[in-house]
Design a protein around this ligand. Sequence first.
Ligand code: BDP
Length: 692
Amino acid sequence: MKTILSFVILFFLALGLNADNGHQLWLRSKSSVPVQVICKKSSETLAIAKQELQQAWQGEAGQTVRLELIRDKQIAGDGFRLSAEGIQATTESGILYGVYELLRRQQTGKKIGEELVNPTWEHRLLNHWDNLDGTVERGYAGLSIFWRAGNDSLAVTEEDLKLWEEYARANASIGINGSVLNNVNASPKILSAAYLSRVKAIADVLRPYGIKAYLSINFASSMVIGGLSTADPLNAEVVDWWKAKAKEIYTLIPDFGGFLVKANSEGQPGPQDFGRNHVDGANLLADALKPHGGLVMWRAFVYNPSDEDRAKQAYNEFMPFDGQFRDNVIIQVKNGPIDFQPREPFSPLFGAMKQTSVMAELQVTQEYLGHSVHLVFLAPMWEEFLHSETWQEGEGSTVARTTDGSLFEQKHTAIAGVANIGLDDNWCGHDFAQANWYAFGRQAWDSSLSSEQIADEWLKLTFNQPAPEEMDAETVLPMEWDLNFLKPVKQMMLNSHEAAVDYMMPLGLHHIFAAHHHYGPGPWWAPKGMRKDWTPPYYHQADTEGIGFDRTASGSDAVSQYHEPLKAHFSNPETCPEALLLWFHHLPWDYQMKNGRTLWDELCYRYDHGVQQVRQFQKIWDQAERYVDPEIFGRVQHKLREQSLNAVEWKDACLLYFQQFSQRAIPYDLERPLNNLDDLIEKDERTIRAYE
Ligand code: BDP
């Protein structure tokens, strides 16, 4: 009886006091434990550091914490020395990061010893694909937090300032120190005086949190808003125009970060339109920014509708330019050679460009991983990528090390993530998508962190592990919380990426998405006259013989872009990791897998396994109900149901479609399809029509 009563009380308390819209992210901790903060200097940043300590201190009551700016060559720009007595750093942002680290350790029960902590990359950026009309390309969490449509779209309101500050604080707490404020498919208008004044307002809010503002630019800006007749990077007037523009920006924003550029890619203008190349284009901008300390992040996301395998094109286009870029240019390369697929091998450009700064671009927004509907924790995918062995400088040449300056001399090091943030109350659409924002920041700060540790931290911070004194012995004990909530929910997160790969595109399949929205399955989609490399059959190559893209020497030979022994490993289906088998090979339906099954059967089991995993996630979540705020619980439960339905659709669509070629039965111990192929194709056509 007593138990039921306390449950009822807890329930109403939760309902009345805590109705939780998720807006606080992982920054929930409030504490009444007093702390003495001593800091000789004062500044906006240091005031934030002090305030954070005073709000959330969970150490000994009345303890003295010293924040000290010192000289120390071992501390990198944003790094710090941490101890139980306080933080030492060479910069104010270092102090701030140290404070967040100290508080995080208190809140997650980690020890605080004497430690030197330096970040892996110097620049850790979010790329916002936000359009100036307020929409967000590939955004699934509402409209832009920076831009809006309408007449007064540029007026800065109190609400804007509050939201930008919350955003800045969240980023600072996980070490992000740069934000690109607009879409890579950039409107030239962003560089007009009117828009720059709003950029200045945003930069002013971000600054005390150690975050620099950057902009995506349109390569033809000198024509569209500058009134010149050309954007030729070697034209003197164009050079002067960019110099003047850089000066104008730095007058407004003295610590402006620089430009991100998508050029000669998917219809965007670029130097090739004027008979020039990537080096000419990137160096034009680099020279304009150089006197002010700005960077150019020049993207290598390029491919054309040619006979050459799309996966090879960026490497072929950029390798000849290695060593020719200015030292304030960084080539920004997506993790895989195609496009943010559920699983790809790493792009062969990592480690191959040895005399050019290269940085990775990851996608936090789930364009190809179920938008903000599917629960997919991305840290394991990024961990796999960052720790991939490139062999470029012998063993230990992981992707992370090819970009962090430890293998090659790089004047600047950086990493970027395409943000999943919008105006939704909970910022990211799915409450668990917040974990991906969190994970990106944490991995960008420290590439050696495990996904397990990141999930553990995020769950403890977000779901407020109950303090013992708050608990009634008969309701929820912390031990029980660990066992019944933390452990299973963490496991669910850690399994979620592989589950999505399994129900969408297992064994190295890729890009078999429905057209345009990239949400559901569309392995059949190939309208007449459409660019082949925009259609799924180009990627899966299914026929009566078998399935997969032959990228060995007998096919496109993309394997030759990888360093030995990878080239040999990938070339041979026996040594190629099975997770990438159909990325590199076209194999017969009866090809024998390592577990003895045929390829066709294995494909069926994988799809089924993906579905079963999501069903399992539903069970885990339902059992977590008593530990979670009812609003959050309900939102996630609802989304998991939709994810389960979607996973079945993926499985049915792909297996029934491929079965037309394989002419083999789905193993009889597996659940039978629930959907008809025709219905799924018709549904797909309806969504495509809605887009066109
Ligand atoms: C693709 C997206 C497209 C982006 C493009 C890019 O579908 O919206 O503009 O990448 O990264 O994944 O430039």
